[in-house]
Structure formats: C-alpha cells, structure tokens
Design a protein around this ligand. Structure first.
Ligand code: FNR
Length: 362
C-alpha cells in the first residue's frame, strides 16, 4: 500500500493522534501531573540494551505462548482502557476483531463503551481469550454484578485494578473539561448509574478507598475466573498477592495515569520476579512501543505483556485495520529481535540477552 504512513508504533501514535480532537488526544496520550511516570515507562526500555548472540539456527522463530489457557500468537495482548468509542465509532468491537484475528487476548475496561458480551461475541471461533477489568467501587453488589456478567460472557480472567483507590490528577482533563460525550454510555456498569453525572456521589461508581487484602481474598473466592491484580509495583505486594490466591499480577502503574513519580514498570519488574519465585504469573504493561520492548520484559522474567494505548492509536488511525497494523508491527519486530538475538522460541530469551546502560548514559 503506497499510501501507508505507518511503519512503526511511533508512526501509529503520530498518525492516529492527528485524527483526534485535542481534548481526546490528550485524554488518551497524557497521564497524571508532570507525566514523570508516563515518560519513564518508555525511557526504562531505552535504558536497557540487547546482548545479541550469533550463529544460532533462527530459520524458524516461534513467538507463540499461552495466556489464560488460550494459545496466543505472542506474549502480548490489550490492557483494559476506557472508552474506545472516542477513538473510533466501532470502538471495542473493532479492537476485539483485530485481537481475535491476530490471536491475542483482550481485557475490557469497566469503563468501556461496549458491553462485554458483545465484545466476546466478536471473537467467537478464533480461540483467543477475554478478560474483564474491575475497578472496585464502594457498593459490593455492583462489583459482584460486573464479575457475574464477565463470567456469563465467557471471560477467563478478572483484572482487579489495585492502583486506583483514588483517581490520579490528570491535569489535561481539568484543563480541557473532559467528560464522556452524551451519546456514549458505560454499558458494563449496572443499570441506573448515570454515566454522565460523574460528580454526583453514588456508591455504585465511587472508588472503594477502603479496599484491602481481605477484600481481595473475598473477591478471589467469589469467582471461577483467574484473578490478576493489576497495578503492583513492589516485591512486598507481589508476595501478598500470591498469598491471597491471585493467579497472577500485572506489574503496572496504570500507564502513568495514577501516582506520578511511581517507578517505571520495567524497573519494578526485577525485584518482583526475584520475590515471586515462580509462584504466580507475572505480567507487565506500560511503555511498550516496540517488539524489542516485549523481548526485554520477557528477558527480565515477565510471562506476558499488555498494551493500552497502541490499540487506541490504531483505532484512531483506521479502525480495525489500524489495530491490526499495530499488532502486525509488534509481532514482526519481536520476531526480528528474537532472530537477531539468537532466540528461536520465547524460552530461549534470558537475562543474559540484556545489558544495562550505566547511569551516566555511556
Ligand atoms: C487506561 N488504563 C486503565 N486501566 C484500568 O485498569 N482500567 C481502566 O479503565 C483504564 N483506562 C485507561 C484509559 C486510557 C485512555 C489509558 C491510556 C489507559 C491503563 C491501562 O490498562 C494500562 O495499564 C496502560 O495503558 C499501559 O500503558 P501503555 O501500554 O498505554 O503505555
């Protein structure tokens, strides 16, 4: 295609962003406060370099693995991100089709603009798996309703977001007076909650600030889905997550949208891998912009990676085709990185394939 403008995720970000209003572009692309954590997520990947091994037979490269029991084409899927319909009218349905056709798993946000059952239906017959993200609210029954709907839709995993007891200060939203446009809804929240009255107190949509490990245990016991705690950044909390019966954790800082100044996810990964000692699955999101970033996370011990903004930029650029484009780029880049590092399968990737830049940048 001679009109194609996108040959990397950076291109996809630039071209996708061009199609959005300033308010929506900043809502998606920015984070909280001074964007320290947002920027450090990507910089952390750049601080790590590759140590390629040569003269290895790389005539066949296999990037596939398993996630939630489903075979996936690569160790990468879609993180839950709110409101895909702001990027493209087909929203989460287009994201779901692209994920399914590429053999990737997808997690739907509680604040999605499409119902979970419709999102899962879109992938029927492809064999990928879906998960549901839960933002804990004060009203316990509302949380349980989200869980039951996800089970009914056929979700295999619940991503319980634990880094959002209160919402981060996202200055762009204040500056731009950001709110959900009148024509969009949050169909995964129980009926009767007005999605357009975010300033009015309602225990069914107010974040649960008294959410503790006891409630995590209660939630784990209440569902048949695998439960992942999303938003863990320390070895201490990773151990507590394992003790609570979680199936896994997502090392995440919410894409730099919550606690600004929190460490980058790649920097947090090492101590967590060392502490968890293989007891539970360790996933990571935040700052992945290239196939080589996936390689680096795997080398440091992650089992699987997720991306939040890349499918949004794809949607904005060209709907389903744009999302597919993003996935194809990541898969091609991961395959190439593996080939040039002398790894023919994911289990060949080791910490020995990485070199850290010294603090002075030399
Ligand atoms: C998010 N994220 C997010 N996380 C979550 O648990 N529930 C949510 O509703 C949302 N909503 C959301 C909206 C938007 C616009 C973005 C960009 C992100 C965070 C998301 O799941 C993930 O942690 C980050 O997006 C990962 O960082 P990258 O891949 O965007 O760098």
């Amino acid at each position: 295609n001679q009109d194609e403008l996108v040959f990397s995720i950076k291109d996809l970000q630039r071209e996708g962003t061009k199609k959005l209003s300033k308010t929506v572009a900043e809502y998606y692309n920015e984070g909280s406060m001074d964007l320290l954590t947002l920027n450090d997520n990507t910089m952390a990947f750049d601080r790590v370099r590759l140590r390629p091994r040569v003269c290895v037979d790389v005539s066949e490269i296999d990037t596939s693995t398993k996630c939630f029991g489903a075979k996936v084409a690569m160790p990468l899927g879609f993180s839950p991100a709110a409101m895909h319909k702001l990027a493209h009218p087909e929203g989460e349905l287009a994201t779901s089709r692209a994920a399914a056709k590429a053999g990737c798993n997808m997690i739907l946000s509680t604040w999605a603009t499409t119902h979970i059952s419709d999102v899962v239906k879109e992938g029927e017959g492809y064999g990928n798996a879906y998960g549901m993200q839960l933002s804990m609210v004060e009203d316990w029954q509302t949380n349980i309703d989200v869980v039951r709907n996800a089970e009914k839709a056929g979700c295999k995993a619940l991503f319980l977001t634990v880094d959002c007891a209160v919402l981060g200060r996202r200055l762009n939203e204040y500056r731009n007076g950001f709110s959900l446009p009148k024509h969009l809804q949050f169909p995964n929240l129980p009926e009767g909650i007005d999605p357009h009255c975010s300033t009015v107190y309602d225990p069914r949509r107010a974040y649960d600030r008294s959410f503790t490990w006891e409630k995590v245990k209660r939630l784990v016991a209440s569902t048949t889905m695998q439960v992942y705690l999303k938003g863990i950044l320390t070895a201490e909390d990773a151990i507590l997550a394992a003790d609570c019966g979680a199936h896994g954790i997502v090392v995440s800082n919410h894409g730099g949208r919550q606690l600004d100044g929190a460490m980058s996810t790649l920097d947090a990964l090492e101590e967590i891998v060392a502490a968890v000692k293989g007891r539970i699955q360790i996933h990571l999101d935040g700052g992945i912009r290239r196939g080589s970033d996936i390689f680096k996370a795997i080398a440091l011990g992650a089992d699987h990676c997720w991306v939040g903004r890349i499918p949004i930029w794809g949607l904005a650029y060209d709907g389903e085709r744009g999302v597919t484009l993003g996935l194809n780029l990541l898969q091609e880049e991961l395959t190439l990185t593996m080939a040039l590092c002398g790894c023919s399968k994911l289990s060949d990737i080791t910490p020995g394939h990485l070199a850290r830049l010294r603090a002075n940048g030399l």
